[in-house]
Ligand binder design. Structure first.
Ligand SMILES: C[S@@+](CC[C@H](N)C(=O)[O-])C[C@H]1O[C@@H](n2cnc3c(N)ncnc32)[C@H](O)[C@@H]1O
Length: 253
């Protein structure tokens, strides 16, 4: 399997415009669902860590963070943004790490980039294998309502030194969302780069079943309201948070 690297061309724009904002929004949820339950200086795996802003916030609070991502360019920024983090280029669908982590987090709909349920189940198995017994796993995903509401849009960013135009659309029949970016930047005149990122929409039931198949227990799904309070997940939620645990005792049969 090739390593997922679709963000390489997008990395510097992501670092500038996206890397900080979502993490600030959801950090209270990470504190609420994960950090209060793990020891000080615990080891945390930031799966699909992107440009490392979350890794640095966790390091600032004393945690030992390993960031894993398929994009070397995203990780180049992550190493700058979180110089004390450990960063690994690997694919979420195939990575293997020893079972030393107290928690794994995967934020900003990273796992929607995994395009089949079979592969998503492999991701969950890999996370399970890397967690200590009792370890926690938190991730968020875009849900159908989010794609229907937010992913049929065009917008642009215009700055002194770059212009970025985004087009997004959602194919409800295929349950696939597409994000096209065209970036112009000055280099011997203006240069243009184009990239496409795809996401797959999963139902709550599919995700819960895949987590169970991978061995997780204590599985809960949430959404959040405008005040960032956790609320019960309902079908009108655009984004869902899933939290689950590797059991303290694994059954030997
Ligand atoms: C939307 S960004 C989120 C980055 C970061 N978690 C954040 O909250 O800002 C998605 C990230 O997931 C990574 N990614 C997607 N699929 C991946 C895969 N199969 N293996 C490794 N990384 C992957 C991309 O390279 C990208 O850095």
């Amino acid at each position: 399997m090739t390593i997922y690297s679709d963000y390489d061309l997008f990395a510097w724009v992501y670092n500038k415009h996206w890397g900080e904002s979502f993490v600030q929004l959801i950090f209270p949820l990470i504190e609420n669902l994960i950090l209060q339950y793990i020891p000080p200086k615990a080891r945390i795996l930031d799966l699909c860590c992107g440009t490392g802003q979350l890794a640095q916030m966790l390091i600032d609070r004393g945690y030992q963070v390993t960031g894993l991502d398929g994009s070397k360019e995203m990780l180049r920024f992550a190493r700058e943004n979180a110089p004390d983090g450990e960063f690994i280029v690997a694919d979420a669908r195939s990575f293997k790490l020893p079972d030393i982590y107290h928690a794994t987090v995967s934020t900003f709909d990273s796992l929607n980039h995994v395009m089949t349920l079979e592969e998503l189940t492999s991701v969950f198995r890999n996370v399970y294998a890397a967690l200590r017994k009792g370890g926690l796993f938190l991730f968020d995903l875009n849900m159908e309502e989010g794609y229907m509401t937010d992913w049929n849009d065009n917008f642009g960013i215009v700055e002194e030194d770059h212009v970025c135009v985004i087009r997004s659309n959602y194919n409800q029949e295929e349950q696939i969302a597409q994000f096209d970016a065209t970036i112009f930047y000055p280099e011997n005149g203006w240069q243009r780069s184009d990239l496409t990122l795809l996401q797959k929409c999963y139902s709550e039931l599919e995700i819960l079943s895949a987590l169970e198949v991978a061995g997780f227990t204590e599985i809960h799904s949430y959404s959040y309201n405008l005040q960032s309070d956790l609320i019960e997940l309902t079908t009108d939620a655009g984004r869902a948070f899933f939290i689950c645990q590797k059991p303290l005792e694994t059954n030997v049969s």
